[in-house]
Design a protein around this ligand. Structure first.
Ligand code: SF4
Length: 418
C-alpha cells in the first residue's frame, strides 16, 4: 500500500508540471513578500465584494473605503492605488475567493467554501484544491473564472494550469461545459485584463494532463520511498523562485557548490539550519567565498548584459520572453527635482507637488553642501575645513531636531579596537 500522492494546489501547478523533483522533496512553506502582498490584495477585493453584497445601497467608493480601513498599514498605499471602479472588476456580478476541489480519481468537482484563506483541511487526499478570486455562472452551461495577478504574471489564461484547474473543478461542480477565463493584471494604478474562452475538449484534455502527471508523481514517490537516493530529475527555472523545497533541493545545492566551491554537506546543513549552523570560523570562510563567487557572477552577468544589448536573445524558461533592450524602449528622465515639483504643484496643487517629488536629505548631501560652500568661498578653505563644517552642520541639525542618532546599523566589513 502506498501513501497517497502529494498533490499541489492550483497555484503551484506550473511548478509541478515543470519539475518532477518537487514530487519527493520536503517542503517548508515560507510566506514571501510577494505572497503576503497577493494575500492582502485578495482579502481587499473579497471584502469589497462582501460589503457590496451585504447592502445594495452601498456604493463602490464606500465599500472601498471600509475595506481599506481594515487593511494593514503597510499595504494601504498599493491597495489605494488600484482603480477598483475599472470595468474589469465588476464586483457585483461574481463570487469572490471561491475554494474549489476536483477529485482526480472520480473526476467530480465541488466548492469547498468562500473566503477560507487557503484552509483546505476539508479536502480529501485525491482532491486537487485551490482558490479562484472570481467565479460566476454564464447562462445555462457557461462559467466565468477570473484571477488577479501582479506585474510578473504573463501566462495567457488558457495556457495557465492554475486557471485550467479552477475551470475543471468549477465545470464539474456546477455542471458547466465552457468557460470564459480572465487574468486581471494589476500594475500599480493600471489594470490589464485578458479574457479567453475554453471549451469542454480543452477542459477534458487538461484533466488527462493532470492524470498523467499524477501517475508520474506516484511513480516518483514510490521509487524514492524504496530508495531515498532515487531522485527524479530536477528542472531549474523561473518556477524555482517560490519553490517550498528550495532549501532541500540538490540541484540548487549543486549550483551553490559549483559557485562556492564548498562541500555538499556544509551547504546542505546551511540550507536546513541557516545561521544556526554557522560558526565564526565557517562564517568568515564562507563570507570570503561568497565575495569571490559574487565577483565571478558579476563578470558573467556584465558579459551577458553586453551581449544582450547587441544581440537580444530568448529566455530558455519557455515563457517566450526576451532579454535585451525592448525594440520600442525609451528612457524617460526628470531633470530638476525642484522645478518638477513646481510644475506638479501648478497643475495639481502644493500638496500633490510635494507628494510627487521626494526631497531626500542624506549625510553625503551635507558633505556636498559644505564642499559647494567652500568652493564658492575659497578663502575659508583650509585643512580640515570639510570635516569641521560638516560636524558644525550636523550639530545644528541635531539641535533643531532634524537629525537623530540611532545605535546599531547594518552588517558590514569594519575595523575594531583591540
Ligand atoms: S528549487 Fe527548482 S529545481 Fe529544485 S525542486 Fe524546486 S522547482 Fe525543482
Amino acid at each position: 500500500v502506498t501513501a497517497p500522492v502529494r498533490l499541489p494546489t492550483f497555484s503551484s501547478l506550473p511548478r509541478w508540471f515543470a519539475c518532477e523533483l518537487t514530487d519527493v522533496l520536503p517542503r517548508a512553506e515560507e510566506p514571501s513578500e510577494a505572497s503576503e502582498a497577493g494575500d492582502s490584495r485578495h482579502a481587499f477585493f473579497q471584502r469589497i465584494s462582501e460589503l457590496l453584497g451585504a447592502d445594495e445601497n452601498r456604493t463602490l467608493d464606500e465599500a472601498r473605503e471600509l475595506a481599506l480601513a481594515e487593511c494593514l498599514p503597510e499595504h494601504l498605499e498599493v491597495l489605494r492605488a488600484i482603480p477598483v471602479d475599472s470595468p474589469a472588476f465588476r464586483f457585483d456580478s461574481v463570487a469572490a475567493e471561491v475554494a474549489l476541489a476536483v477529485n482526480l480519481k472520480t473526476g467530480e468537482g465541488r466548492e469547498l467554501g468562500r473566503g477560507l484563506g487557503r484552509d483546505y483541511s476539508g479536502a480529501g487526499p485525491d482532491e486537487l484544491v485551490g482558490t479562484i478570486d472570481r467565479l460566476g455562472l454564464i447562462g445555462e452551461d457557461g462559467l466565468y473564472v477570473g484571477d488577479y495577478k501582479g506585474r510578473a504574471h504573463r501566462r495567457a489564461p488558457s495556457q495557465d494550469p492554475q486557471f485550467l484547474a479552477a475551470t475543471l473543478a468549477a465545470a464539474r461542480a456546477y455542471g458547466r461545459t465552457w468557460a470564459e477565463i480572465e487574468v486581471i493584471n494589476i500594475v500599480g494604478d493600471e489594470v490589464f485584463a485578458r479574457k479567453e474562452r475554453v471549451d469542454l475538449l480543452e477542459i477534458d484534455t487538461f484533466e488527462q494532463r493532470l492524470l498523467t502527471r499524477r501517475a508520474l508523481a506516484e511513480k516518483n514517490q514510490v521509487a524514492h520511498a524504496a530508495d531515498p537516493a532515487d531522485l527524479p530529475e530536477a528542472t531549474l527555472g523561473e518556477h524555482c523562485r517560490y519553490c517550498p523545497s528550495l532549501r532541500y533541493c540538490p540541484a540548487k545545492m549543486e549550483l551553490a557548490r559549483a559557485v562556492l566551491g564548498g562541500d555538499n554537506d556544509e551547504i546542505r546543513a546551511i540550507k536546513a539550519a541557516g545561521a544556526a549552523y554557522l560558526t565564526s570560523e565557517s562564517a568568515a570562510r564562507l563570507h570570503g567565498l561568497v565575495k569571490q563567487a559574487e565577483q565571478v557572477l558579476e563578470i558573467v552577468k556584465e558579459a551577458i548584459v553586453d551581449y544582450a544589448r547587441q544581440t537580444p536573445f530568448q529566455l530558455d524558461d519557455g515563457s517566450g520572453r526576451w532579454y535585451g533592450v525592448p525594440p520600442a524602449a525609451q528612457t524617460r528622465e526628470l531633470l530638476d527635482g525642484r522645478k518638477v515639483q513646481k510644475v506638479l504643484a501648478e497643475l495639481f496643487g502644493e500638496e500633490a507637488g510635494a507628494a510627487g517629488v521626494t526631497v531626500k536629505p542624506t549625510l553625503e548631501g551635507i558633505e556636498k553642501a559644505v564642499k559647494a560652500w567652500l568652493t564658492a568661498n575659497p578663502t575659508l578653505s583650509k585643512k580640515g575645513a570639510i570635516k569641521e563644517n560638516r560636524e558644525k552642520a550636523e550639530a545644528l541639525l541635531l539641535e533643531r531636531g532634524l537629525m537623530r542618532v540611532i545605535q546599531g546599523g547594518t552588517v558590514k566589513v569594519h575595523k575594531r579596537e583591540g
